[in-house]
Structures are given as structure tokens and as C-alpha cells.
Design a protein around this ligand. Structure first.
Ligand SMILES: Cc1cc2nc3c(=O)[nH]c(=O)nc-3n(C[C@H](O)[C@H](O)[C@H](O)COP(=O)(O)OP(=O)(O)OC[C@H]3O[C@@H](n4cnc5c(N)ncnc54)[C@H](O)[C@@H]3O)c2cc1C
Length: 333
């Protein structure tokens, strides 16, 4: 049997062939596999659901280590533990079914439980940092298999010290949930709190409308989700952009220290890249449902996705002097 390519391991469905593939169905085999490859100095990439990865085309000198250890448990203090390879949305469904609140707003985010701390996933007013208490890590520098406090991960907006560093592998996560009838305040409902199951359905429906729930039949979901983080800029630059565009209200949010967070999608559209950009026929395009998602229309390569990303970055930089930073992890590009 031939080794599957990264195109079959990632939601952007691009990327070449790994040098080898290791499927790890337990935390122990995951730690042991990574330890052995590290000892043998074999370059490797840990892959969960592949939903935040842009991997280069061609034959790659990179082994793929697939995180496939699954399982959910709950203790009397409502601490939920999930093995890293458990599908994240199955964790959310489990919590909601058990009347446990805290993660319902994170319904429908693709990928694995173990990847949620890596970029501190977030949506609709919640992020994993709100409930994450500990993670079990295999530390690639020391070889230790240990539970560490969430506070040691430097969790911030779409960031942790695990992202881009590959310093450790998440084997399990632990969340503190709470018994409740109602959801957290949901941003897309203007801060309203609704019954848990309703919150989950509402988030899923809103995400589906934006192509943010995976659907093999819908090319708008052949993506890595939002491709750029929302930029943080000095307030003076935000003022200048608002004056330049001349619209009544530009989305801008205080970010401390005279800085403000702007909407990457808003800037991209005003810089001349509307939904579907650059248009019919292009193998890689902005989603027709969500400006911030770069999508593979069926025949795109990693090079096509990267070229589109650079084109969007260039247009936003030229128009507004703002640098957009990719949210997914780029490998070999
Ligand atoms: C349609 C769509 C919608 C999305 N919506 C959102 C959203 O609303 N909010 C949001 O925050 N993100 C969103 N994303 C991005 C993505 O789903 C999340 O970042 C998710 O947590 C990635 O999980 P994964 O298992 O697919 O990670 P992968 O893509 O497999 O890996 C991502 C990175 O994490 C590393 N990694 C993976 N597993 C582990 C592990 N066990 N230990 C250590 N490192 C690991 C990988 O090496 C890689 O560097 C979306 C993506 C898509 C395709």
C-alpha cells in the first residue's frame, strides 16, 4: 500500500508525500514513536485532523505521526479528560449531552482535542483557555511524559508556546466544565445565553452558513478555516485606515497599550479581494462564504494556496500598511 499524501491528511487537501507514516492509537505509542524518531534524527510532523496545516507539495523529508489515541472520561469534579486524538467536536457533543457548559461555543471546530491548546482555539466569544486546566505533554527536549498546568503554555489569541515550536506533543487534555442549563454569552447572538443544546445547534448553523463546518461536497470548506489572524495595530494607524476608507464604522477593538485589533476580513475586502477572489477558474480562491478562508477548488496545490495568501497579504500591505499573519502552520514552504 502506498503512503497517503498530506493532501489526504489535511482539510486544505494539498501537500506531497511524507517519508513515512506512523499511526499512534495510544498516548504511549505516540510518545514512543516521537521519541524514537527524535533519537534517529528523523524530521517529523505531528498531525491531528490536519485542519490547521499547509504542507508543501512533492516528496518530503518528513515523517507524519498521526495522533489517533481516542477516549473521553469525566471525574466527579466535572473535570473532563480527552485523549489527544479524540475528534474535538465529539468532546463538545459529549459535554452538551451531559449538561456541562464551557465549550458549547466551540462546536464544529474541526480537528483533534490535542490540537486545541496548540493555537488556543476560539470562536463566538469562547476559547479553550477559558476551561483548559492541564495538558499531558510528551516533552521532546527532556523526554518527560508529564501533566503541566495550562498556565505554562502562554495561551493567547490563536497562540501558545507549542505552536510553531514543536517542542512537545499533547497526549491528553483536561478541561474544567460546569453543570449548567444555559450557555456562556454567545457573541453571534449579541451576548445572549440560551440552553446548551440550542447554543450548539445555533453555533453549528452559523458556522455552516460560512463554510466553517467540514463538508467534503462543498469546496468552500476545503480550507484551514480563517487563514489570517486579526491584526493588532497602533490606534493612529487604525484612525488613518478608517479615514482612508471613509465608511461609517470600521470594526476596531481595544487591544491595550495604544493598540487596536482590526478585522482581517474587513481589510481584505477593502483592499480589493472580495469573496471568491481572484475569480472563476483559479484553483485557489477565497471562500465564496467567508472572506478569511483560502480554499482549494479541487485541483489546487500547496504552491497555489501559498501564492494566493501572499497576493492577499501584498494587497492589504499596499492598501493599508498592515501585515497579515497566517493562522495555519506552514510546513516546508
Ligand atoms: C473549516 C474550518 C474551520 C475552522 N474554525 C476554527 C475556529 O473557529 N477557531 C479556531 O481556533 N480554529 C479553527 N480552525 C482551525 C483548526 O480547526 C484548529 O486549529 C484545530 O485545533 C486544528 O486541529 P487539528 O487536529 O486539525 O490540527 P492539525 O492541523 O493536525 O495540526 C495543527 C498544528 O498543531 C500541531 N499538532 C496537532 N496535534 C498536536 C498534538 N497532539 N501535540 C502537539 N502538536 C500538535 C501540528 O503539528 C500542527 O503544527 C478551523 C479549520 C477549518 C478547516
Amino acid at each position: 500500500m502506498s503512503t497517503p499524501s498530506f493532501a489526504s491528511l489535511t482539510t486544505l487537501r494539498v501537500g506531497g508525500a511524507p517519508s513515512a507514516l506512523y499511526e499512534c492509537a495510544s498516548a504511549a505509542s505516540l510518545a514512543e514513536t516521537v521519541a524514537k524518531l527524535d533519537r534517529d534524527r528523523v524530521p517529523l510532523l505531528v498531525v491531528g485532523g490536519g485542519s490547521n496545516l499547509l504542507v508543501a507539495d512533492g516528496e518530503l523529508d518528513l515523517a507524519a505521526v498521526l495522533v489517533r489515541n481516542e477516549g473521553i472520561s469525566l471525574d466527579d469534579d466535572l473535570r473532563l479528560r480527552a485523549q489527544a486524538g479524540t475528534e474535538w467536536d465529539a468532546v463538545v457533543a459529549y459535554a452538551v449531552e451531559h449538561g456541562l457548559g464551557g465549550i458549547e461555543a466551540l462546536s464544529g471546530i474541526p480537528g483533534s482535542a490535542g490540537a486545541t491548546p496548540v493555537q488556543n482555539v476560539g470562536a463566538y466569544g469562547a476559547e479553550i483557555a477559558d476551561v483548559l486546566t492541564r495538558v499531558r505533554l510528551y516533552n521532546r527536549e527532556t523526554g518527560a511524559d508529564e501533566w503541566v498546568d495550562a498556565s505554562s503554555l502562554d495561551l493567547a489569541y490563536r497562540y501558545s508556546n507549542l505552536k510553531f515550536t514543536s517542542r512537545a506533543v499533547v497526549l491528553e487534555i483536561e478541561l474544567q466544565l460546569a453543570e449548567t442549563d444555559v450557555s456562556i454569552p454567545l457573541r453571534h447572538l449579541g451576548g445572549e445565553r440560551v440552553p446548551l443544546a440550542e447554543a450548539r445547534e445555533s453555533v453549528l448553523a452559523t458556522r455552516r452558513a460560512k463554510g466553517m463546518v467540514l463538508d467534503a461536497a462543498d469546496h468552500d470548506t476545503w480550507s484551514a478555516g480563517s487563514f489570517f489572524t486579526n491584526p493588532v495595530v497602533p490606534s493612529a494607524l487604525a484612525d488613518a485606515i478608517e479615514a482612508q476608507v471613509g465608511e461609517e464604522r470600521m470594526p476596531r477593538f481595544p487591544a491595550g497599550d495604544g493598540q487596536e485589533k482590526l478585522s482581517a476580513a474587513w481589510l481584505i475586502e477593502r483592499a480589493g479581494c472580495p469573496r471568491g477572489f481572484p475569480g472563476e477558474g483559479a484553483p485557489a480562491r477565497l471562500s465564496t462564504k467567508h472572506t478569511l478562508a483560502l480554499t482549494n477548488r479541487g485541483s489546487a496545490t500547496a504552491a497555489d494556496i501559498a501564492a494566493l495568501a501572499r497576493r492577499v497579504q501584498d494587497q492589504v500591505r499596499d492598501a493599508f500598511g498592515v501585515e497579515l499573519h497566517p493562522e495555519p502552520v506552514w510546513v516546508g514552504l
